[in-house]
Design a binder for this molecule. Structure first.
Ligand code: DAK
Length: 258
């Protein structure tokens, strides 16, 4: 399918979705978010795809929601229109792992989009921020919630109240990103991580995603119970038998997602 604001490429079981609105630093317009939701759904439904990498340009992952588009809207427009509600709902329904490969600006909705992914690999040029305060509003896609979970209250308050940007080193130190690599290596690193995930049992991969995501929502005792139940359940899979037999036999496991 052809997109106006994205490029999609599937190689070796990895779908790379690249945001491509360079004239606006990949600002998240309604069109872009609609296309992103479609591309993610297509990746979810494509059996060849085992992992997704979401990325932008060297200069910007995404500089936020499209301010030009939003500037004309009233309370009634955004409330009754539930802007981006359907698109974000689609993203949250993706069960395959999504890695955000972030270079340059990830601001406002761009930072929030990266945080909606399963983990973030950043280039050393990455800059994260929730500068909505400068526009007279606050974050609306998780910037006060997911960011606080990721970096703690102090840094989240600092970023949401002052609108300052966090560089890649601080983002790694604070737990917002999992790895920082030189800008030139960003896609190699993201593809290598995605390739590693693609080799695993998709049943176990999907289970990891559900269990870790649950840790952000439920009390520890419930999370631990859920984890244990899923762990026990995986003993009903061929992939558990194969994975453990392969270890004992000192060979590579051949997972079949069964
Ligand atoms: N929207 C529209 N255009 C943008 C943009 C944005 N967010 N960011 C950059 N651009 C455009 C610029 O207007 C400029 O266009 P031209 O003037 O060339 O036509 C072009 O991209 C290049 O930008 P600059 O000339 O400004 O480039 P610089 O290198 O000088 O500065 C910058 C880069 C990223 C520091 C600067 O562009 C900037 O501050 N951008 C705005 C960042 C920002 O405030 N982001 C937060 C936006 S608010 C919700 C859903 C979503 C949201 C909220 C609720 N619900 C579902 C409830 C999200 C809100 C936001 O993200």
């Amino acid at each position: 399918m052809g997109y106006q604001t994205l490029n999609v490429d599937v190689t070796d079981h990895v779908a790379v979705i690249r945001l491509d609105r360079p004239e606006a630093l990949n600002a998240l317009s309604t069109e872009l978010l609609g296309e992103l939701a479609k591309a993610l759904k297509a990746a979810q439904e494509n059996d060849k795809v085992r992992c997704i990498v979401l990325t932008g340009s060297d200069k910007a992952f995404a500089a936020g929601a499209d301010i030009v588009e939003m500037s004309e809207k009233s309370f009634a427009d955004v409330f009754m229109g539930d802007i981006f509600g359907a698109e974000v709902g689609q993203l949250m329904r993706i069960r395959k792992p999504i890695i955000a490969a972030v270079s340059g600006y990830a601001l406002g909705g761009g930072c929030e989009l990266a945080m909606m992914c399963d983990f973030i690999i950043a280039s050393d040029t990455a800059k994260f921020g929730q500068p909505e305060i400068n526009l007279g509003v606050i974050a609306g896609l998780g910037g006060t919630q997911r960011l606080t979970h990721a970096v703690g209250k102090a840094k989240s308050m600092d970023m949401n109240l002052t609108g300052r940007f966090m560089d890649a080193a601080e983002a790694e130190r604070s737990g917002l990103v999992s790895r920082v690599v030189p800008a030139k290596k960003l896609m190699d690193e993201a593809m290598s991580a995605a390739g590693k995930i693609a080799e695993k049992s998709m049943i176990a991969v999907t289970a990891v995603k559900e269990a870790v995501n649950a840790s952000q929502e439920v009390p520890l005792s419930q999370g631990l119970l859920l984890e244990r139940r899923i762990f026990f359940g995986l003993f009903g899979t061929d992939d558990q038998s194969e994975g453990m037999a392969a270890f004992v036999d000192k060979r590579e496991a051949q997972f079949r997602d069964r």
